[in-house]
Design a protein around this ligand. Sequence first.
Ligand SMILES: [Zn+2]
Length: 120
Amino acid sequence: MTTSRPFLGETTDREKAFPDIESLELNVVQDPYEQYARQAWQREGRYTKANIPRHLACLNPRCQQGGLDLQQAVLFSSPGQHSYYCNGHEGTPKGRHKGDPCDNRFDVTLTIVRRPVGER
Ligand SMILES: [Zn+2]
């Protein structure tokens, strides 16, 4: 583990972070109004249980404290499509001054295969 943040419960082990999930696939597209990224590929991410990061950075270069918590998105969402607004703001670093809310949005498509109860 290099620069990734720990998962919930301070673990960097995905087996512990997602104990009842056999496999997952998460596709995310952000910047739906094409305001922040120049290239389409920069807006898209595709993750599985093997490589999902805890946190997805917001593409808005002025955004502070934003982004999307991917672990929460997996643990507290049902499979399917969801839209999450960035909860960052365009203020100063460390949030001393709150600016305008970040306009970015994350459209997530989530597929989850859960383990049978007896194997958790
Ligand atoms: Zn943002």
